[in-house]
Design a protein around this ligand. Structure first.
Ligand SMILES: [Zn+2]
Length: 355
């Protein structure tokens, strides 16, 4: 009878077979502490605070040291900060949310530096701080007609505001960022689902206080409820860096439009998709919508948006989307960070260069 190999013998065989020569890996703890790295040659290199500190560049944090590094931070709902090559771009601007929301860790007044603000659509939870942040920073604010009509009633210099329709042919350049607005469509989850979940949430959560309702009313009136938001007021943005690295930003989880399909037929794929999760509550529904987005943009890296929620609502689960996306394409990388936590990209490595 053969005896099983003992543990030391297995270890010896693995070592001899070259197992110990495996490439270094990324230990997730290396994001927070000094490199826990199997490759000693990086241990002496200082880490770039732009890629680990939870301070936005727009609120005084550092810019990436390497001009090819893109730092992306999510700041709740569909807000993102993109920092690249000394420039700051904000996607959506909804920072003051009131006491019924988890804190973002900064206030709109803290945002002091930005070169451009792209607004996906004009609902308050996407644009409510665009005017004040735009005015303070001097940033250009880009949005659909129904959104810029609202901005025209707010304290921001109209010369900073750029109206786009997303119907093709519009190209805006902000330093190393090329921005192409593309007409998208707002999310439209089934009313039967939304009504049922809203009723259940109402029965199981604390009602808002008078003070909270008043607070909410003030924030809400800094956005528009115009019906045009759905079909002609929701803009997706294709952002291309000077080296070809591509980002698709979509701030509402609606159906893909012919404009988006045409743009993607032209460029093929994107390196990063920053894509809002549908508000349809049920995973089967949110997954179906996410798959339509992913099949259209074909991102190397999928980063969800609009998935956090108020204290009397639910967060939209991202794991079911990640799993469905990977079941279709196991090579897709999914990333979901906390508020203000950066994720950094070496943009020199990108799809357009690989061709
Ligand atoms: Zn909306």
């Amino acid at each position: 009878m053969r005896r099983p190999l003992s543990v030391p013998v297995i270890a010896l065989l693995l070592a001899v077979s070259g197992f110990a020569q495996a490439r270094p890996f990324n230990d997730p703890r290396s994001e927070r502490s000094d490199p826990i790295d199997t490759d000693a040659k990086f241990a002496a290199e200082p880490r770039d605070p732009a890629c680990y500190a939870s301070v936005l560049a727009s609120t005084g944090g550092e810019m990436p040291k390497n001009p090819h590094t893109l730092a992306i931070r999510w700041t709740g709902f569909s807000n993102f900060e993109l920092v690249y090559n000394g420039q700051i771009m904000l996607l959506d601007a909804y920072f003051e949310r009131g006491s019924n929301y988890p804190p973002l860790g900064f206030k709109p007044e803290d945002v002091k530096k930005a070169d451009a603000i792209l607004i996906g659509h004009g609902h308050h939870d996407h644009m409510s701080d665009a005017a004040s942040v735009g005015a303070r920073t001097g940033a250009s604010v880009v949005a659909a007609p129904v959104t810029t009509e609202k901005l025209a009633t707010q304290p921001i210099d109209p010369k900073q505001v750029r109206t786009v329709t997303g119907r093709g042919g519009e190209v805006l350049q902000f330093g190393a960022f090329k921005v192409e607005p593309i007409l998208g469509m707002h999310g439209d989850p089934p009313a039967t689902l939304v009504d049922a979940f809203d009723a259940a949430l109402k029965r199981t959560t604390k009602p808002l206080t008078e003070a909270q309702l008043a607070e909410l009313a003030v924030i809400r009136q800094r956005g528009t409820q115009d019906r045009r938001v759905r079909n002609e007021g929701t803009i997706a943005y294709l952002i291309t860096l000077d080296n070809g690295f591509r980002i698709m930003y979509r701030d509402s989880g609606g159906r893909v439009t012919e404009f988006e399909k045409a743009a993607m037929e032209r460029v093929g794929r994107v390196d990063v998709g920053l894509i809002a999760v549908s508000a349809a509550y049920l995973n089967t529904e949110t997954v179906a919508q996410a798959l339509e987005h992913v099949r259209t943009y074909k991102p190397d890296v999928y980063i969800p948006a609009h998935h956090d929620g108020a204290y009397n609502n639910l967060w939209r689960a991202t794991e079911p989307l990640f799993q469905a996306v990977k079941d279709e394409n196991p090579n897709t990388v999914t990333v979901s960070k906390g508020y203000r936590e950066p994720v950094c990209f070496n943009t020199e490595h990108n799809i357009s260069k690989a061709r």
